[in-house]
Design a protein around this ligand. Sequence first.
Ligand code: SF4
Length: 368
Amino acid sequence: MEEFRQEEITSALIRLIRKKREAIGRPVRIMEVCGTHTMTVYRYGLKPLLEEAGIDLLAGPGCPVCITPDDYHEIIIDLLTRRSKTIVATFGDMTRVPTAKGSLQTAVPAPSSRLKIIYSPLEALDLAQENPDCEVIFFGAGFETTIPSIAFTIKEARARGLKNFSLLAACWLIPPPLRAILESGEVAIDGFLYPGHVSTIIGSRPYRFIAEEFKIPGAITGFEPNDVLLGINSVLDQMMDARPEVAIEYRRVVSASGNPKALALMAEVFEVRDAFWRGLGLIPQSGLGLREEYHEFDTLKRFSLHLSPSEKSFNPGCRCGQVLRGLLRPPECPLYGRLCRPENPYGPCMVSYEGACLIHFKYGQRWS
Ligand code: SF4
């Protein structure tokens, strides 16, 4: 792994990227789809080096906390505050997203109810087993990386015979929003860096339409600094050769076909549905819901609730939707650093560790 962080290799790759970009003869704009890539680019100081080399990196929609609409948060806040003997279990970032009803962390639970931050979906099952007189609701958000473990949790809930456990699924698929961004034509993109961990599950094939239909190069990359640079280098090569493809620059983990066991597990428990994304609106076939056979574990069914997400926002000035579409950089939001800061976030992009605004705030101040 050492070579993926070695500074001499980083410098050599930057020089190579600059040379290739100069040969292309114009600035190159690449969307890094995944928030973890954004983190790598900022944390290792690649952002200014790449800017100097003429590479404009744009954050994309790859942060599940950021793209989950407020309605999901509000429905879970209602359950926590109105139902007694209810335990809401979720990942830490999800508890801080501000909505018109506050956040899960500021909500006052109903008597004998509580919020529990968990690190693994299986912890929610243990909670259900340990608290048989309570309803345990797992608010599970994630992309294809996390979804197999959520699917496993549902199967395990059945195997354990749990009757007091359910899932509010905020489960999203990465390729469909990329099509939505390209079809909108709002932002010109020369290439994509595809998320390494999502691609571990889905492989490279689901991105092929981007190369074939839109003629846009792309590379699946890992999360070390030199991984990211190798991905950019591949995109430039494809541009120079006018040969767009889905390159795998993360071969130590990713294959073309992905992980068939994980994909089968997802398909067994979930079905693909149209879903609403913050900032991107309704995207066909971009989300997952529990299959009929698993409806006993569906929070919405269990409590007769209905989700009807819309493009509403806690603060009308919040521009997270535009940040997620690559239309706005965090400092261009009028609230950035003034009303919206990590200790007082106005939008989810300032909450999540994969959120572009939080990452820029933590690491980007040095050079912006
Ligand atoms: Fe949203 Fe805050 Fe970022 Fe503005 S600065 S886009 S309000 S998270």
